[in-house]
Design a protein around this ligand. Structure first.
Ligand code: C5P
Length: 223
């Protein structure tokens, strides 16, 4: 069974307030992208990697891979206008023989090997996709403008992270439809009736959105 990883790194990351894309913000003295790329490269579970790079940052992305000696990197494509579009474009570089695709956000640098293992295992039990999830601490409400219209049952809700793992053919099919509303790959698979399992996520998989997140991840990295 061959497992391909797609590293979604093509976001602009404007909320970080930097002059460069988020994947190239500095983390522990190197580009943010390097952390998750190195962990995918070192994973026993991953056979090959495709990077979706920000437009005009393809060469620097390849350089990061070369500097890491990341021989599993098979291709580096120019990302699209949205995350889903970037993943769809990256999949064009994943061969038909690939059985499984693991999609990960470069914006979540601290990728534990145990989580990779946790999302891959259930695919052998007939699931179409697997997502890492964390319980919610806060009560969640639905709004119309600023009016609260509903309080959702927290016990049934989780926050979902990446890496998300899929049967390759199922993900390919899910990415052929309307991608405009999707904030993750799993939602596209669910919308087509795919069976997606939730497994335990990890707080260290925090998505870097602003400078505070970057400082938090930096301090975890230094531990
Ligand atoms: O923007 P956000 O932080 O939600 O993006 C999640 C991940 O998707 C990031 O790693 C980002 O680089 C990636 N992305 C992408 N292509 C886009 C937008 C986001 O690969 N057009």
């Amino acid at each position: 069974m061959s497992v391909w990883a797609v590293l979604a790194a093509a976001g602009r990351g404007e909320r970080l307030g930097s002059d460069r894309p988020k994947a190239f913000a500095r983390l522990g003295g190197r580009p943010l992208l390097a952390e998750s790329l190195e962990r995918l490269e070192d994973s026993d579970w991953i056979d090959a990697i495709v990077i979706a790079a920000p437009p005009e940052w393809e060469e620097p992305s390849i350089l990061v891979a070369e500097e890491l000696g990341a021989g599993k990197v098979n291709a580096c494509i120019t990302g699209g206008d949205s995350r889903s579009e970037s993943v769809r474009l990256a999949l064009t570089e994943v061969p038909e023989e690939a059985a499984v695709v693991l999609v990960h956000d470069a914006a979540r640098p601290l990728l534990p090997e145990e989580v990779i293992e946790r999302v891959l295992a259930p695919l052998g039990e007939g699931w179409d996709g697997v997502v890492p999830a964390l319980p919610l601490a806060d009560t969640v409400k639905r709004l119309e403008d600023d009016r609260v219209v509903e309080t959702l049952p927290r016990g049934q809700l989780v926050a979902v992270q990446t890496p998300q793992a899929f049967v390759a053919a199922v993900l390919r099919e899910a990415l052929t439809g309307d991608l405009s509303q999707a904030t993750d790959c799993s939602s596209l698979v669910e919308a087509r009736g795919g069976r997606v399992k939730a497994v335990d996520g990890d707080p260290r998989l925090l998505k870097v959105t602003d400078a505070e997140d970057l400082a938090q991840v930096e301090s975890w990295l230094a531990e």
